[in-house]
Ligand binder design. Structure first.
Ligand SMILES: Nc1ncnc2c1ncn2[C@@H]1O[C@H](COP(=O)(O)OP(=O)(O)OP(=O)(O)O)[C@@H](O)[C@H]1O
Ligand SMILES: [Mg+2]
Length: 346
């Protein structure tokens, strides 16, 4: 019996993120959580690996294979690869045993263009969806974090992801103001790579830069100094070399991307209607997204805004959990999509 039901309850909620793709199956919860990376053979375009396996290959592929991140800055940059990746993930979740084409709800950045929306819809349809619904990521993140967004009081969510930082003020299930900047985790990695290159003449890869960010990166000073060995290739001699960097240096490297995010939050606050601004003073700003796990981010934002900053339990899953809740309560989708600019496809 359970098996039979399984065939039908195959609707999916997807967070197609720049860094990570998560899939939630109705009635089951999160069933997939993998990097948004595809490794393909250059000549034949044959897929060699997707997700975790493909991420391990980033920057390390032999000449005949290339590892691609089809999502950039929150949206589809390589349509064909995005579609193949999505199809692979959907097949993986479905175990190739499903006959019914799923209904799919996908979280998308709040400010994406019509063309970008079309690209997301098309790739989900080509990947086998029967119906596609789009929902703004900050709305999903707010629902996932358990905020009462269908009530008439204001809530502000800041989702610092891999490609974009989405900021939204919501009330009555709709977005009153939103801002999306293409500065988040990836740009922090770039900033670290550039800093190390300039200061030490050392080239480091994306992977290494991300590790540095996670281990000793911060947006606010620590009480104790932290150091880390960083490996790369010397720009001048061409030979592999190791340097030791400390947290103050990495903080300096991250100053620009963090500053951009802080500014975007300030602009959003300035554009918030006064009544709702009053609500935000009481309720604070909810901070989510993997990029918000940078150490000291909450302290920094608190200091810059003088507002309470609320962190969520698991910043990496709040969007997909919110999309999942929407999937399971279609009336909620109607409530939030009636006020939002998009309904369902076609
Ligand atoms: N502990 C950590 N410290 C700092 N950054 C982290 C940490 N853990 C994850 N990240 C960063 O979080 C980012 C990924 O976050 P998330 O999964 O929310 O992004 P995404 O949803 O895929 O991207 P987007 O929403 O922009 O499309 C990556 O840049 C990653 O390096
Ligand atoms: Mg995201």
């Amino acid at each position: 019996m359970g098996e039979v039901l399984g065939w039908f309850s195959n609707d999916l909620a997807i967070d197609l993120g720049t860094a990570t793709t998560l899939i939630y199956v109705s009635g089951k919860g999160i069933v997939l959580n993998e990097p948004s990376v595809v490794a393909v053979e250059r000549k034949t375009e044959k897929i060699r690996a997707v997700g975790i396996e493909a991420k391990k290959m980033l920057g390390r592929t032999p000449a005949n294979i290339t590892a691609i991140r089809p999502m950039k800055e929150g949206v589809i940059a390589d349509f064909e690869m995005a579609e193949k990746m999505l199809k692979y993930f959907i097949d993986k979740v479905h175990n190739r045993s499903t006959f019914v084409r799923p209904r799919i709800v996908i979280g998308v950045p709040s400010r994406i263009t019509q063309v970008e929306q079309r690209a997301v819809r098309d790739s989900a349809e080509l990947a086998g969806a029967r119906e596609v619904y789009l929902i703004e990521e900050p709305v999903a993140a707010a629902i996932g974090a358990g905020l009462p967004i269908t009530e008439p009081s204001g809530n502000m969510v800041v989702d610092v992801g891999g490609g974009t930082t989405d900021i939204a003020v919501m009330s009555l299930g709709g977005i009153v103001y939103s801002e999306s900047v293409k500065v988040a985790g990836d740009r922090m990695d770039d900033a670290i790579m550039n800093y190390i290159k300039k200061k030490y003449n050392l080239l480091i890869g994306e992977h290494m830069a991300e590790r540095v960010k996670m281990e000793i990166g911060s947006a606010y000073p620590f009480e104790e100094k932290k150091t880390m060995m960083i490996k790369g290739r010397d720009l001048i001699s061409g030979i592999p070399r190791t340097i030791v960097a400390d947290d103050a240096e990495i903080r300096e490297a991250l100053q620009e991307p963090i500053g951009t995010i802080v500014n975007a939050i300030k602009v959003a606050l300035e554009n918030t209607p006064p009544e709702l601004a009053g609500d935000i003073i009481d309720r604070g700003i909810v901070l989510t997204g993997g990029g918000s796990m940078l150490k000291g981010m909450d302290t920094r934002f608190r200091e810059e805004t003088n507002l309470p900053i609320i962190t969520v339990d698991d910043p990496l899953t709040s969007v997909v959990l919110g999309v999942g809740k929407i999937l399971e309560q279609l009336d909620l989708l109607r409530k939030v999509s009636a006020t939002s600019q998009w309904g369902r496809s076609r």
